[in-house]
Design a protein around this ligand. Structure first.
Ligand code: ADP
Ligand code: ADP
Ligand code: MG
Length: 659
């Protein structure tokens, strides 16, 4: 076996590969850029080599620097992870010429599959079912219209060199093609330096289902079943699972067989993924093959027990696959949630910054389920603008799908992040949706279920009870410490304008909360919280939960999954007074751009009368030594500019007003 491997990647995938290498007794070298000098991967690796500035084009993408690092450290092989150089046939060839092993497929397979037009031709030749369309380059807009009309609308215009959801556009009619064809061509040229375009039928309300394949250098290829990745935004995956709730045994076998046939046609000799779109009727069509480890590979590992990184290393070393197809089976169900630094309440805009708090859930066996968190960060680390804004990949496994979903819901409750926008409340909302739980998935899921964007969910009856009980428990604990003379049993819980009289008593292990008007008494025990802690865990009437808590000017802000509320605990007397207060009407801030944090205005990028589109940068605010781009949340014309470069601004200070 290899004694030393160099990892030409960063972040969670570098950490993931180090873990397997350690288990196999292989030493690791990690290369790093300026931005990653203090990263977890660098801390964990046996050796490290600095390879340049933060932008990937000056570090992780420079083959010469990787080869030099291999030479310097005496590594025998390179694992490219995903992204970066992982699907670069030139890099794989270069390593071969230098006598260094590439832990991935042979360069011919990368080449054949790296191009969508070429790979579709291969697939057709191998008898794989492909999306109806034109397998060839489209010359100009007139040609694009002719082909689209032959195929029949709707169609998808795609860049042959596309990837990562870029260079794709749906056209519903002739006008869409007239606009879309040049747009995709320009995007393809800019993003991939290759503007070849093809057109295929757009499958409506499709599901994304992909087959994991694994090959060796002795002509064996097996598949490790499917993953469904239909929950996507901007054609990018956010929640994945294995197996797929759509497939039956026969469809699974048919897809697996086609994927293996395609892999064999290119002498595939590593881990790879054959992506399909599937109709709700279980028809399926080949999309593309990714000739690398896939981001969502953990769910396959959880249901098969196979370590895909280990198998890639063994295949690259020349070992034959240790199992035959019939020895592989599906055990249970696994879900993965991608935790992204993005703001789900603001159209999923990326939200970079420092992880002021980062406290992931406990990994390992939890009440008959398994929790796994693939992360490359620690508390205090920064999610920078240079790379993918993923914070971690949280996966759960259980014997049944619903149990895996419930375990994910609980794990998301236990995940605490502060300092930047993150999508945990959104992921939790999906886990609670009946449609998701019933497995009625499609790539339109997010658009269908959140047509006006994500705004959190209203608390359910259970969540209202949890929030009331938590507020009472925190209030009582704080009062006992700060002003024991004020301790009493009868309180009024006020939430969303509603008053609930409660009687709170406590014993050694927990609290009893009686809702006086409702004639109900709940037990709250198993409490894990102390004043100042941002999460509160407990068991309410036998049901375990964790909420995120924050003291407010009055009362507490409490979030359980996607539901958030401001809860007050008042004496009957102050509740009465409180009721007499004029209700605070929230200011209409929809026409304003507020500073989301206190900081220094670095630039103010709009001027009076300027038309601004949603998502466009309005200002740059420096906070915690980080520059944060503040973007418009809606379209508008600038009516007032209330700050200028050099100003200090408070949180929620109005920077710009729209007409
Ligand atoms: P998949 O099909 O596996 O979901 P994509 O087709 O979206 O993946 O492509 C992989 C993406 O992974 C790249 O586009 C890149 O943005 C991202 N990526 C590359 N390197 C890393 C990394 N070290 N950590 C996280 N993400 C990465
Ligand atoms: P990328 O290389 O960016 O991953 P893909 O070809 O895999 O590009 O397409 C990305 C996503 O777009 C797929 O996961 C699927 O949701 C959607 N998609 C692609 N082709 C079609 C199609 N013909 N019909 C419907 N949806 C499609
Ligand atoms: Mg894809």
């Amino acid at each position: 076996m290899f004694s030393k491997i160099l990892i030409a990647n960063r972040g969670e995938i570098a950490v993931r590969i180090i873990k397997t290498c350690r288990r196999m007794g292989i030493a690791t070298v990690v290369v790093y850029s300026e931005a990653d000098a203090d990263s977890l991967a660098v801390e964990m690796a046996d050796e490290t080599v600095f390879i340049g500035e933060a932008p990937a084009a000056q570090s992780y993408l420079v083959a010469d620097k990787i080869v030099a690092a291999v030479r310097e450290t005496g590594a025998e092989a390179v694992h490219p992870g995903f992204g970066f150089l992982s699907e670069n046939a030139g890099f794989a060839r270069r390593l071969a010429e230098e006598g260094i092993v590439f832990i991935g497929p042979n360069p011919r397979a990368i080449e054949a599959m790296g191009d969508k037009i070429e790979s579709k031709k291969f697939a057709q030749a191998a008898g794989v079912s492909t999306v109806p369309g034109h397998v060839g380059e489209i010359d100009d807009t007139a040609h694009a219209i002719r082909i689209s009309e032959e195929i029949g609308y709707p169609v998808m215009i795609k860049a042959s060199a596309g990837g990562g959801g870029k260079g794709i556009r749906v056209a519903w009619n002739r006008q869409d093609v007239e606009e879309g064809f040049p747009a995709v061509k320009a995007e393809a040229k800019a993003s991939f330096g290759d503007d070849r375009i093809f057109i295929e039928k757009f499958i409506e309300s499709p599901r994304h289902i992909e087959i994991q394949v694994l090959g060796d250098k002795h002509g064996h290829v097996v598949h490790l079943f499917e993953r469904e990745c239909s929950i996507q935004r901007r054609n990018q995956k956010v929640i994945e699972e294995a197996p797929s709730p759509l497939l039956d045994t026969d469809t699974r076998a048919a897809m697996g067989e086609q994927a293996v046939r395609l892999a064999q046609a290119v002498d595939y000799d590593s881990a790879g993924t054959v992506e399909f779109v599937a109709g709700q009727d279980k028809s399926f069509f080949f999309l593309e093959m990714n000739t690398r480890l896939q981001v969502e590979h953990p769910v396959t590992e959880l249901i098969t027990g196979v370590d895909l990184v280990e198998q890639m290393i063994r295949s690259a070393y020349g070992e034959p696959l240790p199992f035959a197809q019939q020895e592989l089976t599906i055990n249970g169900w696994a879900i993965e949630s991608r935790i992204y630094a993005e703001d789900p309440y603001r159209g999923f805009l990326p939200s970079i910054g420092r992880l002021v708090r980062y406290d992931p859930p406990q990994e390992g066996d939890v009440h008959g389920a398994k929790v796994r968190n693939d992360a490359g960060v620690r508390e205090g680390d920064e999610i920078s603008m240079y790379y993918d804004p993923m914070i971690s990949k949280l996966s759960t496994w259980a014997p049944e799908r619903l149990a895996a979903i419930d375990a994910m819901g609980r794990a998301l409750e236990d995940f605490h992040i502060e300092g930047l926008g993150q999508n945990i409340p959104f992921l939790a909302a999906v886990m609670d949706q009946e449609r998701f739980r019933s497995g009625q998935l499609s790539t339109n899921y997010i658009k269908d279920e959140f047509p006006d964007g994500f705004h959190g969910t209203a608390p359910t009856a259970f969540q209202r009870d949890v929030m009331a009980a938590v507020a009472c428990a925190m209030h009582r604990t704080i009062t006992r410490r700060a002003a024991p003379e004020l301790l009493r049993q009868d309180w009024i819980v006020v939430e969303a304008g509603e008053r609930r009289p409660v009687r709170v008593t406590n014993g050694d292990a927990g609290f009893t909360i009686a809702f006086v008007d409702e004639d109900r008494t709940l037990r709250l025990d198993g409490i894990e919280w102390r004043p100042g802690k941002p999460t509160f865990s407990g068991v309410l009437d036998g049901r375990a939960f964790t909420v995120q808590v924050k003291p407010a000017a009055e009362g507490f802000m409490i979030r359980h999954r996607a539901a958030q509320a401001h809860v007050l605990v008042l004496t009957p007397r102050s509740a009465e007074l409180h009721e007499k207060l004029p209700p605070k009407t929230a200011a209409d801030t929809s026409k304003m751009v507020l500073s989301p944090m206190p900081g220094l205005v670095v630039t103010l990028d709009v001027t009076l009368g300027q038309e601004v589109r949603a998502g466009e940068p309005v200002a740059v605010i420096e906070a915690m030594k980080m520059q944060n781009i503040i973007r418009a949340e809606r379209d508008g014309t600038v009516k007032a500019v209330n700050a200028k470069a050099g100003d200090s601004v408070a949180a929620d200070e109005v920077l710009v007003e729209f007409a």
